[in-house]
Each structure stands twice: as C-alpha cells, then as structure tokens.
Design a binder for this molecule. Structure first.
Ligand SMILES: [Zn+2]
Length: 331
C-alpha cells in the first residue's frame, strides 16, 4: 500500500503505537451500524510523530510528538463550535470511516492533534487516549461525581473500566468494580476499587447492594450493554445515574419504566469525547493521576494475534500495536 498524502489541512503521522479496541473487532466482523468502505485500515488510538505537513497546516512541524483524537470532528458545525465535538454532525471515526493507525503512516486533519505532554510516551498515549478519554467524558462531562459517592465501574480491567476506576477515585468516589476473573478483580483493586464483585456470579447486583448497606450506588459506568446493562438498574440507589457508552454484549435491552421513574433514576448516553476530555486525559497522565494498564504489545505484522488476544477477553488492560520501522522505499 502506498504512503498517505496529506490534504492541505492534514498531517502525516508516523505511527509509533496504536491501541486496539472493541471497535476494531466490530469493524473486522462487519458488526457496526455504520457503513464501512473497503479497503480500510483500522486502529483509532494513535500516537506518533509528524513526518509531513499539509500546505495550510500550522503551527505543527516535522518531528512533533502527538496523540490523535479518534472521533475526527469537523470543527465547524453547531456542536463543534461549542466544544461538544462528541456530537459533531460530520464526525468520522478513525479506523472506521477513514484510515486508522494499524499502519506505519496515517494522514489525519491537524485539528484532531494534541501535543504529547512531557513525560507521556507513545505507549501511554496509545493505551489511554481512546478508552481513557471515553471514561473522562463519562465521569466529568456526562455525569458528575461528588466526594463520597458510590461509583460502580463495570469490567474494571478493560480499557474504559481501568481508566474509570482511577478517575472516579481521584474525584473522591468510593469505587466498586466488577470483574470476571481473580486477576481482573485484583487489577481493579490495585487501580483503586475499594470492593470488587464477580460478574460471573448471578448474584453480583445483590453483592453490590450489600457492599453499600443495601442502599445502592450513585453512579454506574457501563460500557458492556445487554444483560449486564439491565442488571445495572438493580445496583442503583434512589436518584442514581447510569452512564453508558457501549454495547459489546448486546444493543437491545429490556427496560422496566416503573422503578425507573419511581426511584428517579437517570440514564445518560455517552459517545466518544470532546477535545477538552482528550486534553484532560493526557494532562492527568502527565500528572501521574491516570496510569495506563498495558496487557501486551504486538508488532504490526502480528496484528491478527493482537485481535485474537482481545477477542479472547483474556486481557488485563490494553493491547497495543507498534508498527515496524520502515525498512526501505521499495516496500
Ligand atoms: Zn462538527
């Protein structure tokens, strides 16, 4: 495949590290409710170095180390104009609707770049900027956390979950996390979850209620969908909120309206991130408040193995892909 050529408002980034996400598995399986034109290079969680700059791009220059926001926003629409890029009317998903980062080089609009702060390396960025900023958007934009709130993080060993535990903890919450194995629950505890419950146990929602003295939690960070989503309502305190950003376990759910309005529950959708969330994620990483959890790193030519690893669900944190250095012009 030939090298990408930047449009006037784009740069070419030499990819140093790119995180693998469930979104990439959906693209491979053809399971997204979004048309995907082929051929397509997946990979949305990119960190790298600028190696080419379009004619109208400033102030970026060659060699700058950057993270690339995966929801490529237009910068002009009603929502972008008010800093709500997650709602962009012309948004494109990197690696889905345009080529992504499982490649040596990728062309992206300069407006989606953020400079890597001092002390944040490429792998840290690639392990945090998609999933971590998703969690940042959920916990600091879509919902608010007050000191002492009970926050339940679903699947705390996942990319979104591992970041959500750390962010909720920093915001002063008491965190409970679900996990399907001892290792996943141990990781959640290490990241700051005060209690963990076994998501394979049919009684896990009751276990959550028991931990909170039967009261239930104030906030659930949900990103799994299906049956798990339905059970989250059983974990909620009166006045509690569920924020959800994913549906890997199923997009259609049963919903009982009676307890929903009687207990004044809230259900909030969350999609991607705003540029402010993206910047905050990198700033928190630079300040040591948000640490990446990296399960494994694969070279580009072992991308299928990386996909298999994530698909197995036997992962603790993020799977990253690091492209080979380019070897010759003739490739
Ligand atoms: Zn827009």
């Amino acid at each position: 495949m030939s090298d990408p050529v930047p449009a006037a408002d784009e740069v070419v980034v030499q990819v140093q590290s790119c995180g693998l996400n469930h979104l990439d598995l959906w693209v491979e399986a053809g399971g997204l409710p979004v048309p995907v034109q082929l051929p397509r290079i997946p990979g949305g969680e990119i960190a790298g170095r600028i190696v080419e700059v379009g004619s109208e791009v400033e102030p970026w220059k060659l060699g700058d180390e950057v993270a690339v926001q995966s929801n490529v926003f237009c910068g002009k629409c009603e929502f972008c104009s008010s800093g709500r890029e997650s709602l962009c009317l012309a948004g494109q998903l990197l690696g889905v609707q345009r080529d992504g980062g499982f490649a040596e080089k990728v062309a992206v609009p300069a407006r989606v770049l953020t400079r890597l702060p001092m002390g944040v390396d490429f792998d840290t960025s690639a392990a945090l900027t998609l999933a971590g900023s998703t969690a940042m958007h959920m916990l600091t934009n879509r919902a608010q956390v007050r000191t002492g709130d009970w926050v339940l993080v679903i699947a705390g060993a996942s990319g979104v979950g591992s970041a959500a535990i750390q962010i909720a903890k920093q915001l002063g919450a008491r965190v409970i996390s679900t996990g399907s194995t001892d290792a996943k629950r141990a990781l959640a505890g290490h990241l700051g979850a005060e209690f963990t419950v076994d998501s394979k146990s049919p009684t896990w929602p009751a276990d959550v209620r028991k931990i909170t003295g039967r009261r239930g939690v104030d906030l659930v960070i949900e990103h799994v969908g299906g049956d798990v989503f339905e059970k989250c309502f059983e974990c909620l305190a009166r006045g509690g909120t569920i924020v959800t950003c994913g549906a890997t376990a199923g997009r259609e759910i049963q919903f009982n309206l009676w307890p929903f309005f009687v207990k004044e529950h809230r259900l909030i959708g969350s999609y991607g991130r705003n540029s402010a969330d993206f910047q905050a994620t990198l700033d928190w990483a630079a300040a040591g408040k948000l640490k990446p959890v990296i399960d494994s790193v694969f070279p580009l030519d072992q991308t299928p193995e990386a996909y298999a690893k994530l698909r197995s669900r036997n992962v603790l944190g993020k799977v990253l892909i690091e492209p080979f250095e380019p070897v010759s012009e003739s490739d």
